[in-house]
Ligand binder design. Structure first.
Ligand code: MN
Length: 245
């Protein structure tokens, strides 16, 4: 398990506690909040992993790097035994549509998929609620279900849990989220301008997208992969007959 809210976040505690019903839980997570670090990795300084004794995990390491660093370190430096599945979360705040490109939570799951493991990212659409248990139980159920089914490699499931108690699960495709008035321009005490990024979300509520499902109060499960190729355009750009002079 990992996350991007840091190893001491309530979401990781709830998720680990639930996943222990299924087996041994190893947690390798950032030592502080690393939200919105995307798929960044640390290459210009050493990484350190500090062993922690946590009551909710069989084994835990706090890493002074990003979520993707945590997954790489856990698997490639064999910090823990190779797991059957990697679960990232539960994130404080939804990761819908284009959010997945900025999200450390989802990027950690993508890293796990790149390293050949089944992976689930799970996020709660509420910045204040600390009631993570229902989403944690669902993550267990989903992990168990996946264990008995086949999905192609390089695939992960991105789960978003709505604010209020849901009654339905929708399997969705990624939607679009735009942010309006993204920057608040302010002045510091010396009269110099500075900018603060804010989150005024404008959701595109096209049916059957993850954005739509969560806005309608449902649980969203999106199978995603990381091949960003626009296959429809490969032939068209091929027709440009690009050449070197
Ligand atoms: Mn986060």
């Amino acid at each position: 398990m990992t996350n991007d809210d840091g190893i001491h976040a309530p979401g990781i505690r709830a998720l680990a506690s639930a996943l222990r019903q299924l087996g041994t839980v190893s947690v390798v997570a950032p030592d502080r909040e690393r939200s919105a670090t995307g798929h960044a990795i640390t290459v210009h300084r050493p990484l350190r992993a500090r062993h922690l004794a946590l009551d909710f995990a069989d084994q835990a390491f706090a890493v002074d790097g990003t979520p993707a660093d945590c997954v790489k370190l856990a698997l490639e430096a064999e910090l823990v035994l190779r797991p059957d599945i990697v679960v990232s979360g539960i994130n404080r705040g939804a990761n819908l549509g284009t959010d997945v490109l900025y999200s450390g939570t989802v990027s950690a799951a993508i890293e796990a998929a790149m390293l050949g493991l089944p992976a689930i990212a799970i996020s709660l659409d509420d910045l204040r609620n600390t009631h993570y248990e229902p989403a944690a139980e669902f993550a267990c159920y989903l992990a168990k279900t996946w264990h008995n089914r086949d999905l192609p490699p390089d695939t992960l499931l991105n789960v978003n849990w709505p604010k209020n108690t849901p009654s339905q699960v929708f399997v969705t495709n990624l939607g679009r989220r735009r942010y309006s008035n993204t920057f608040d321009k302010r002045q510091d005490p010396l009269g110099r301008d500075y900018f603060w990024m804010c989150n005024n979300v404008v959701d595109d509520l096209t049916p059957h997208t993850d954005v739509w499902a969560v806005a309608a109060g449902h649980v969203s499960v999106s199978p995603i992969h990381f091949d960003l190729t626009n296959y429809r355009l490969v032939a068209e750009v091929g027709n440009w007959q690009l050449a070197l002079s």
